[in-house]
Design a protein around this ligand. Structure first.
Ligand SMILES: [Zn+2]
Length: 286
């Protein structure tokens, strides 16, 4: 992979460079982001894989897709020759986890939370590699001098999402529960809204000042996570109020006025889908 330097990414507390890979057509394959000591992001589009390098090998969270994983492995090889020890699935959604085969072929152990297994059996995919090892909350994957602890907060975005805690940075890698700069995912088919808020509150109680996100901006202050939680609480309160008052579902989105969140992408346009999900939540209890 050809590597060049780019200085366009502003990351608080992170090293100020990114290496960009390009294919033969000059298209950007992805960006290797330096996120702190022995810690990197491999970003393609808005999706990010997390890379932690230790004495014993590499931990790689979310292979994304076969193509992104292949380029991600090449990106890792610009950093270290150490073996890929673990590939962790943050949760069961295909947009984060396809592509592990390229790492498995190198001898990596594929890891997910135990609660993901039922989804993998129920919804197989030709590019999905089943985990070799399952974890439960609090399990730590060691790379010798670096440890990454798998925190689990129960159902929220699906029911098997883990939040890797990068011990030496004191930072969590938070996938899909918050997307910095964005209002969120509209229809949220398997988000549990109430459990999502609860999980964010529990994550907020962890001792960190910044977190790494699975999409968009790499490193954000804790306040961004809190803002997502407050937005959810505010929009849920409005939908509940209108639901309980008997307002037809189709009329609720027009009643939402939360100017404090207008800077977030998707403000307004994502509300109809949000409302459908939340109205259902208050109508049937899920
Ligand atoms: Zn997801």
């Amino acid at each position: 992979m050809k590597a060049g330097l780019a200085f366009g990414i502003a990351l608080a507390m992170a090293a100020p460079f990114a290496v960009q890979g390009q294919d033969s057509m000059g298209m950007t394959k992805g960006t290797l982001e330096n996120l702190g000591e022995d810690t990197y992001g491999w970003r393609v589009g808005t999706a990010r894989s997390l890379i932690v390098v230790g004495e014993d090998g590499v931990l790689y969270v979310d292979p994304i897709s076969p193509r992104v994983a292949k380029d991600g492995l090449a990106a890792v090889r610009t950093i270290t020759d150490k073996p890929i020890k673990y590939v962790v699935y943050s949760h069961q959604h295909w947009d984060h986890i396809l592509g592990a085969k390229v790492f498995k072929d190198e001898g990596a152990t594929i890891v997910s939370h135990v609660a993901c297994l039922k989804h993998f059996y129920r919804h197989p995919h030709p590019d999905l590699v089943l985990p070799d090892m399952t974890i439960e909350s609090g399990d730590t994957l060691s790379l010798g001098n670096r440890d990454v602890q798998m925190l689990y907060f129960g159902p929220n975005h699906g029911d098997c999402l883990v939040v890797p805690w990068i011990k030496h940075l004191g930072m969590p890698f938070v996938v899909d529960l918050v997307t910095p700069g964005f209002i969120g995912i509209g229809l949220m088919p398997d988000y549990d809204p109430g459990e999502w808020v609860r999980s964010l509150k529990e994550i907020e109680r962890l001792p960190f000042e910044q977190f790494i996100a699975g999409h968009a901006t790499a490193i954000s202050p804790k306040s961004v996570l809190a803002e997502r939680r407050m937005f959810l609480e505010d929009i849920m309160a409005i939908v509940k109020r209108e639901h309980d008052a008997g307002t037809p579902m189709d009329e609720v989105a027009a009643k939402i006025d939360l100017p404090q969140y207008k800077h977030l992408a998707g403000y307004g346009t994502s509300f109809p889908d949000f409302v459908k999900r939340l109205y259902t939540y208050y109508n049937i209890g899920w």
